[in-house]
Write a protein that binds this ligand. Structure first.
Ligand code: SF4
Length: 506
């Protein structure tokens, strides 16, 4: 796409937005999302910080996104532009990245290069913007992001983003800025000063919460849906999850009148976002109030053990046609192993609720490849799924298990691409014609796993993978080329997780 076509595409999207903030201020920040617009605009954190920075006197946040067609953007050599100002990202003195998960690291490299910036922080100097980053990835393992950025704000950045910008815009030269960020913000990780030693995550003051959307647009995965969080975090203790109670003191719930007061009149669809929305003590009241006002409601997390007739009735009135929840382990034994509170009886009840309330289907998310999983667990899943499908039409969404840092299952190996594919095949055959099965790629789960368990060396390998086309083979070659003695935690711990990860391809 040429530069003029880029500009026209941006203008067309802006025309369809409601709530865009066009602020011109001396201290402006390029807010860059390393995935395309339709994904980035579904990020509640990105939208919330965009508003928060624009509301500060003298400061402006302008958005930019990974182009929809990166190969074409590279070929055209058109610079990455911000939406609000149509300015090249490289012309800003600060670039703020929001990174949700490991595979977006490729988008980080692409965005920096499309902006005309050296992707490695060590190759940038006084002429270049300060690149800061934050987002959900910081709750697990942002170490592979470290080679590309100057500072990472760990955890909830609702307040620290302002402290960081205050320092960046006032401290003078680059070295002074980085030193002051490291000295004055306890949750600021400055890789050039801290090495691999990451500080603890930040917890934002409750006064900053809840987060809510600023812009409504038809061009997102959650089309024209206003997002708001009735709660943040989770008090449960599932062993694989980064949102578990050990992160940020567990769950914080917000008053539903406050939540309702934030929903704008024109929003006809409302997404209730949070790790455990149905654990909010007044979730049924909230869904009912939104349904009463004629709105459609989506829930990001529905726990099967919280279902009851009242909540199901409210969800149906609010336009839900599919009852979606998670069981996560293939068998009762695996669910107990990961401390997932979803016994068979609760899942059978969920199917009965789906049938009784006229949902089109029950959708269950789960993982294959958990530590200790055997073929028998998959056989149990087949038998149980067929049983559930006799109560209500059933879909299974299957993701390979990826061990994350800051969870009790940190360090568990990847089950293996062949093994996960074989079990997924067996599952598909076992339930054929009775249950719909959607599985995510075991290959990309393995890439995610290496990055999730890796360090800065794995981060640098992202650069090679991107430069060699970004296909799976390029990632495998990039990881294979890493020196075995690289300084990752895996090498200093018994069991050498990365070594195991690299063997599982065979
Ligand atoms: S998997 Fe869900 S219920 Fe379990 S700790 Fe994570 S967010 Fe909570």
């Amino acid at each position: 796409m040429s530069a003029s076509a880029d500009v026209e595409a941006i203008r067309a999207r802006l025309r369809d937005e409601l709530g865009t903030l066009v602020v011109d201020a001396p201290e402006s920040v390029a807010f860059v999302y390393p995935s395309p617009y339709h994904t980035g605009m579904s990020s509640l954190g990105f939208q919330t910080l965009y508003r928060s920075v624009n509301q500060r006197a003298g400061r402006a946040a302008h958005r930019a996104f990974l182009p929809d067609d990166v190969a074409e953007a590279r070929q055209s050599r058109a610079p990455l532009l911000t939406y609000e100002a149509l300015r090249p990202v490289s012309s800003y003195s600060v670039l703020a990245l929001s990174v949700a998960y490991e595979l977006e690291l490729a988008g980080v490299v692409e965005c920096l290069e499309l902006s005309g910036l050296p992707p490695l922080a060590e190759e940038r100097d006084q002429r270049h913007p300060i690149v800061l980053a934050g987002g959900p990835l910081t709750f697990s393992n942002p170490l592979p992001l470290a080679p590309f950025v100057d500072v990472i704000l760990m955890g909830e950045a609702d307040e620290t983003i302002h402290h960081a910008l205050d320092i960046i815009f006032s401290a003078g030269d680059r070295d002074t800025v980085l030193r002051e960020l490291a000295d004055r913000i306890p949750s600021a990780f400055v890789p050039s000063l801290h090495g691999d030693a990451m500080p603890p995550v930040e917890k934002a003051n409750d006064a900053c919460l809840p987060a809510y959307s600023q812009i409504l647009t038809p061009h997102t995965e959650l089309r024209e849906m206003f997002l708001v969080e009735p709660e943040r975090g989770c008090h449960r203790g599932c062993e694989y999850c980064v949102m578990r109670r050990s992160t940020n003191d567990g769950m914080r719930t917000f008053d539903i009148d406050k939540v309702l007061s934030l929903v704008p009149e024109q929003a006809r669809r409302v997404g209730l976002v949070g790790a455990a929305t149905t654990d909010h003590p007044r979730i049924a009241d909230l869904v009912e109030a939104l349904a009463d006002s004629g709105r459609e409601v989506g829930l990001s997390s529905l726990r099967a053990d919280r279902l009851n007739d009242r909540l199901c009735t409210a969800l149906r009135r609010a336009g839900q046609t599919v009852l979606t929840t998670a069981s996560d382990g293939a068998s009762q034994r695996m669910r107990e192993r990961i401390q997932r509170r979803a016994p068979e009886s609760v899942l059978v009840s969920a199917a009965e609720f789906a049938r009784a309330h006229g949902f089109k289907r029950l959708k269950l998310y789960m993982m294959l490849g958990l530590p200790g999983e055997e073929d028998e667990d998959v056989e149990e899943l087949i038998e149980f799924s067929v049983r559930l499908s006799k109560i209500a039409p059933l879909s299974l969404g299957i993701a390979p298990f990826v061990a994350k840092r800051n969870t009790p299952l940190d360090g568990a190996g990847f089950a293996g691409i062949k093994l996960v594919d074989r079990r997924l095949d067996r599952l598909r055959k076992g339930v054929r014609g009775k249950v719909d099965v959607r599985g995510t790629s075991a290959r990309w789960a393995w890439v995610e796993y290496v990055l999730a368990q890796g360090g800065q060396a794995e981060g640098r390998a992202v650069l090679d993978a991107v430069h060699n086309g970004g296909a799976f083979r390029a990632w495998k070659d990039a990881f294979d080329a890493l020196p075995p003695e690289r300084p990752t935690r895996a090498l200093v711990r018994p069991g050498n997780r990365l070594g195991r990860a690299l063997q599982v391809l065979g």
